[in-house]
Design a protein around this ligand. Structure first.
Ligand code: CP
Length: 308
């Protein structure tokens, strides 16, 4: 693969390969081992057309730990504000001879469109409702490290599944790695025919939680609602909020995940988010290792190293 535009199209062994590569970087980061700086002399451009804290910072840290020259382009301060098109922006970045471009964009498919226009590797940092592949990889790595395996783990993904690129990428990766995936959402926030993705759909969160090994909560994405009928925050918490009482329905010690940013007191209570079963800060830590692995693997071809 020249680019990482999504989990879709990756074989299970390729997903596992990226997780194994990330595992090496977890160890190097933990021991502060000086890495060999495989990306030294390469230019990485992070082009973010939509807000981000975790993804942007971890891609920047990952690139710097690998020795790349990292440049951030924030759309709010760029000529995008003067009406420059996405294609013209992509061709401008390409003309600066970037070696790898990381893109976040509010439109589904925008990253693929740019990938088709440029000469270097492109990594998707989240495009609209489509995919967020490095989030799914860091989630899979966090599960594999805590639970020992992904196969046969019962994973419940609950929240605004309809608008969630995180849910979509996670469903693709977790089903590929043989997890049992349940999705749960109010009917207005559940995609039609979601079962075709190999998951079981629930509108009753209590039922979905029975025997869950992993509970992954999603944020209500108010910026993408387009008039969808949504319960009030209070109603939402009553039916879909992860409270301590509700978490007791899952297996003892079940792990709790959230990609962030969280709406505390809506989809997740602070007692759970900050509790002993929470893996939320671990997810953030795994994000750096996963992004190091993806940047390393995707630039191998350009560096004359055997690619994956
Ligand atoms: N999980 C995630 O993508 O967070 P950011 O929007 O802060 O990057």
């Amino acid at each position: 693969h020249r680019h990482l535009t999504g989990i879709d199209g990756l074989q299970p062994h390729e997903i596992a390969f990226l997780l194994d590569e990330a595992e090496n970087w977890v160890e190097a980061n933990r021991t502060h081992a000086k890495s060999a700086a495989p990306l030294a002399g390469l230019t990485q451009i992070n082009a973010f057309f939509e807000n981000s804290t975790r993804t942007l910072l971890s891609f920047e840290i990952a690139g710097k730990r690998l020795g790349a020259d990292v440049v951030n382009m924030h759309a709010a301060q760029s000529s995008v504000k003067k009406g420059e098109t996405l294609i013209d922006t992509a061709q401008t970045l390409n003309a600066m001879r970037a070696d790898v471009i990381v893109i976040r964009h509010m439109s589904s498919g925008a990253v693929k469109m740019i990938a088709d226009k440029v000469d270097c590797a492109v990594l998707n940092a989240g495009d609209g409702r489509h995919e967020h592949p490095t989030q799914a990889l860091l989630d899979a790595l966090t599960i594999r490290r805590r639970r020992g395996t992904i196969a046969n783990q019962r994973v419940v993904i609950c929240g605004d599944v309809l608008h969630s690129r995180v849910a979509r990428s996670n469903i693709l990766s977790l089903t590929a790695l043989a997890a049992e995936v349940r999705v749960c959402a109010p009917s207005t926030l559940m995609p039609k025919a979601i079962e075709r993705m190999g998951v079981t759909a629930f509108t009753d969160f209590d039922a979905a939680l029975e025997g869950a090994d992993v509970v992954m909560m999603l944020r209500l994405q108010n910026e993408r609602m387009d008039g969808a009928l949504v319960p009030s925050p209070r109603e939402y918490r009553l039916r879909y909020g992860l409270t301590e009482q509700r978490l007791a329905r899952a297996v003892p010690g079940a792990m709790v995940m959230h990609p962030g940013p969280m709406n505390r007191g809506v989809e997740i209570d602070s007692a759970v988010a900050d509790g002993p079963q929470s893996a939320i800060t671990e997810q953030v830590a795994m994000g750096v290792a996963v992004r190091m692995a993806c940047l390393d693997v995707l630039t191998r071809r350009a560096r004359g190293v055997e690619a994956w």
